[in-house]
Design a protein around this ligand. Structure first.
Ligand code: BES
Ligand code: MN
Ligand code: ZN
Length: 497
């Protein structure tokens, strides 16, 4: 995993700073000034002549690598477009352009002259946070099951020259936060990318123990099927009934706050493979159902980021891990199971299994006397139909909580969109043979799934994130690590960071 490090330094004399690659943002149609002017002088006018030759005009998306001179071995010009239209979207493009232009470089270190972007302090911090996160995430390589993986990125160190742009301390903090989010994103992606034959519920449990060893603030307990049976988790166990892989309920405790501080609880759907069970899925793209533990992966990633940041809050991460398979012992359509809450559930479709594992995990969550509970799940195809892959579906009856999550997603460009959770939808879950059915018919599938969960979350403040569309890309196939950035930002806000 990316070992990239980031450092902020205040360097007044740009020409005297030794670097393998000076990164210089330039705006279209502007005269060279400040760091650009000094570097140009040190490089005998190379920047000026690149501009006058017309090969590079500093439009957004352009970049040019020049051999340097003096203390800067290379000079990388990044086009930023018009200065007056430089907003966050342009700043994100700048960060992406930095990675793309440096992707094939042999340089192990680079230095960004931040002042050239001419931002106010708040926007400079934001840009550095996004840059660190993006460089860490963009340089992620999936290596686990390929014999000749793509070579790792050469660049391992970025120095940011903060001179006249931002206090070095503020820059360090922004870089540290962005890096932590990037590492969390990669953690989630790596777990979700692993195939179902490797990433089983037992694998996730072992992974949680490994993660806990990396931080003194982290602890883990794993509930085995025997314990879950004693607790009455008949709904969760009905999903693993057809699988040779036993289910695991993984509970990670991050203790960064006072022992009396109520924890923020995250609950992730961890279906390590969803065949649909007896209500078997069609064959096309069934391989993608290895990503059905994307919610769990985002819990791991967020816990990792929170531990990395050392937030002064308490967090409990719960992962409901199971494999959904057909077999002679599998749950059948029409079966009635009893959940830990005591409510009985008619399983009309064994492919609506996510809510069956989540409802028991959500009932279990109440014992931590949570501040809030947020579940994250690749729950419904209907959410993909409604929102595509751009937005995560957000469901909550708590307006304040919903606003906080939306704002967090907006801030870190990992956006969610609120969907209704009106009581009017609840009647679709009526069953003739149990307290509740596990499917709600053809209309509003993402909403009725959320309504199902709402029946088990009445004792605390709760929100549900449906990430069926946002958690992975189809072309090229791969996990996105969403919504780790949203969740980490949300928790940072709770800590007041
Ligand atoms: N894991 C799927 C949801 C899913 C589908 C995620 C496509 C990503 C892409 C979930 O377990 C499921 O199968 N849901 C069913 C529910 C239905 C049977 C009510 C669905 O969405 O079709
Ligand atoms: Mn399913
Ligand atoms: Zn599923």
């Amino acid at each position: 995993m990316s070992a990239m490090t980031f450092t902020a330094r205040d360097i007044k004399d740009v020409a005297a700073a030794t670097t393998q690659c000076a990164i210089l943002p330039l705006f279209h149609g502007e005269k060279l000034s400040g760091a650009a002017l000094k570097l140009d002088k040190a490089a005998n006018g190379a920047i000026r002549s690149a501009l006058s030759l017309g090969d590079f005009s500093a439009k957004a998306g352009e970049s040019l690598m020049l051999p340097g001179a003096g203390k800067s071995k290379r000079i990388l010009l990044i086009g930023c477009g018009e200065a007056k239209t430089f907003n966050r979207e342009a700043a994100r493009k700048f960060c992406q352009q930095c990675y793309r232009a440096l992707e094939s470089t042999q340089a192990g270190e680079a230095m960004l002259h931040l002042a050239a972007l001419d931002l106010n302090e708040k926007e400079a911090e934001w840009t550095l946070g996004y840059l660190a996160r993006h460089l860490v995430a963009a340089s992620y390589r999936y290596t686990e099951t390929v014999s000749k993986p793509k070579a790792p990125w050469k660049l391992t160190r970025l120095v940011v020259n903060t001179h006249s742009a931002l206090p070095t301390r503020a820059a360090s903090t922004a870089l540290r936060q962005g890096r932590a989010i990037g590492l969390g994103i990669n953690e989630a992606r790596n777990l979700a990318n692993l195939p179902g034959n490797i990433c089983t519920p037992a694998y996730l449990a072992r992974h949680a123990r490994k993660l806990a060893r990396s931080s003194s603030s982290l602890g883990v307990t794993v509930l085995e099927e025997k314990k879950m049976r004693e607790l009455g988790m008949g709904s969760l166990l009905s999903v693993s009934a057809g699988s040779d892989q036993p289910a695991k309920l993984i509970v990670m405790h991050y203790k960064g706050g006072k022992s009396s501080d109520k924890p923020h609880v995250l609950v992730g759907k961890g279906i390590t493979f969803d065949s649909g069970g007896i209500s078997l899925k069609p064959g096309a793209k069934m391989d993608e159902m290895k990503f059905d533990m994307g919610g769990a992966a985002s819990v791991f990633g967020t816990v990792r980021a929170v531990a990395e940041l050392g937030l002064s809050i308490n967090v409990v991460g719960i992962v409901a891990a199971a494999e959904n398979m057909p077999s002679g012992s599998a749950t059948k359509p029409g079966d009635v199971v009893t959940s830990m809450s005591g409510k009985t559930i008619e399983v009309l479709n064994t492919d609506a299994e996510g809510r069956l594992v989540l409802c028991d995990a959500l009932t279990y969550a109440a014992r931590f006397k949570p501040e809030t509970v947020i579940d994250i799940a690749t729950l419904t195809g209907a959410c993909v139909v409604a929102l595509g892959s751009q937005a995560t579906g957000l469901f909550s009856k708590e307006d304040a909580l919903a606003e906080q999550l939306l704002a967090a997603g907006e801030e870190v460009y990992d956006r969610a969109w609120r969907m209704p959770l009106w009581d009017e939808y609840q009647s679709q879950l009526k069953s003739n043979f149990a307290d509740i059915a596990n499917i709600g018919g053809p209309g509003g599938g993402a909403i009725t799934a959320a309504c199902f969960l709402s029946r088990f979350t009445e004792d605390y403040r709760w929100a549900h994130l449906d990430i069926a569309g946002s958690a992975w890309d189809s072309t090229p196939k791969g996990a996105t690590g969403r919504p780790v950035a949203l969740l980490t930002r949300y928790l940072m806000d709770r800590d007041g960071q």
